[in-house]
Design a protein around this ligand. Structure first.
Ligand code: GFB
Length: 327
């Protein structure tokens, strides 16, 4: 089903890494009636405010890209925040979406929903077949609840609510804070700052042995719009790149792209997390979607984005409020 170019579309989390990429993709595709709200404009933890927003804006299609997200350390240190905030945000958006008669809603989860020692690559049916990775089980439990919410509202109320599970993401508008970020933005910043300051070493966390699959946010955005138009099933669907690399290899690649000439040191007092998280995305690939951005190209783009942000920190590449207007 092709969406009408004037369909009313709400992108929850439109200022973040994934939401801003979805927003750009929708603009590129010519959609004219996009709604987005900053945190200051709409607190997604507030059920009443979300209800009022839905009643006023009456979106027909909703992308749930709003979430409390963070890297391995942030997840480990803030279990209550990651569990509570994510449950609350998604409950408000999914339940509110049903109440407001939203035609279709796409919920975004995460590859950390799978068991820590799931067979690789991970198929959708491996959900809930074993214990989760302890550093991010709180976030994972919230995301699993989001999948189940979409399935339950589909079963009980006939809502066309679907879920996609992206692998580890990176791209423009990422979080570069060293305590709370994911590995790729953290390493881009660390290698860049070491190059500029002339430092001899860069310290990375863990052993470097874990394997991760990385997908550029622009690819995920294309997948999200594709799924909104072409997928309608209770079964959630994986969105991955198809291959993974070790954190050590990723560090070497970023070191090379940034042009840092010193040594990489591994701090094994920091957690490694899941040993491997490669998703089986064959269900999505069989529908005709494929990623377009290879890791090296994507990291070069991400480094350019970091340089733009470090020159002009408060700037965002998307407008804060443009609902109802062509943008
Ligand atoms: O990206 P990341 O924080 O998250 O870490 P996860 C991936 C790997 O990179 C871990 C290592 O083995 C880290 O120890 N690493 C090395 C670093 N240096 C660094 C560094 O400077 N910063 C960071 N952050 N990592 C997250 C989950 O797990 O993945 C979330 O916590 C979410 O819930 C997300 O699912 C996609 O891949 O381990």
């Amino acid at each position: 089903m092709e969406l009408a170019r004037n369909a009313r579309i709400y992108v929850a989390g439109h200022g973040g890494l994934v939401g801003s990429a979805i927003w750009r993709e929708l603009q590129r595709r010519g959609f004219t009636h996009l709604a987005g709200r900053t945190h200051a404009e709409l607190d997604l933890l507030d059920a009443g405010a979300v209800r009022e927003f839905y009643d006023r804006e009456k979106p027909e299609f909703v992308f749930v890209a709003a979430a409390r997200v963070g890297g391995i350390l942030a997840n480990d240190r803030r279990p209550a925040g990651f569990l509570y905030e994510n449950l609350q945000i998604q409950n408000n958006l999914i339940h509110g979406g049903w109440r407001a008669g939203v035609k279709k809603l796409l919920f975004l989860g995460s590859s950390c929903i799978y068991p820590k020692h799931a067979p690789q690559p991970m198929k959708e049916e491996y959900l809930l077949t074993g214990p989760l990775e302890p550093t991010n089980e709180w976030y994972a439990i919230a995301k699993i609840a989001g999948i189940k919410m979409c399935q339950a509202y589909r079963r009980q109320y006939g809502c066309d609510f679907i879920s996609a599970m992206p692998t580890n993401m990176y791209g423009a508008n990422d979080n570069y804070d060293l305590q709370s970020s994911h590995v790729l933005p953290a390493l881009i910043r660390k290698f860049h700052e070491a190059k500029v300051s002339g430092a001899g070493t860069v310290t990375c966390w863990g052993t470097g042995a874990p394997l991760r699959e990385f997908l550029h946010a622009d690819d995920l955005a294309r997948a999200c719009v594709f799924l909104m138009e072409n997928y309608s099933d209770e079964q959630f669907i994986n969105v991955g790149y198809g291959t993974d690399i070790s954190i050590r290899e990723a560090a070497e690649l970023i070191k090379h792209i940034v042009g840092f000439r010193g040594e990489v040191v591994w701090d094994s007092s920091k957690p490694d997390g899941t040993p491997r998280k490669l998703m089986d995305s064959s269900r999505l690939f069989a529908l005709g979607w494929k990623p377009q951005v290879d890791l090296e190209t994507g990291l070069r783009l991400a480094y350019e984005d970091f340089l733009r942000h470090s020159r002009q920190p408060p700037a965002r590449s998307v407008p804060t409020q443009v609902d109802g207007k062509a943008v």
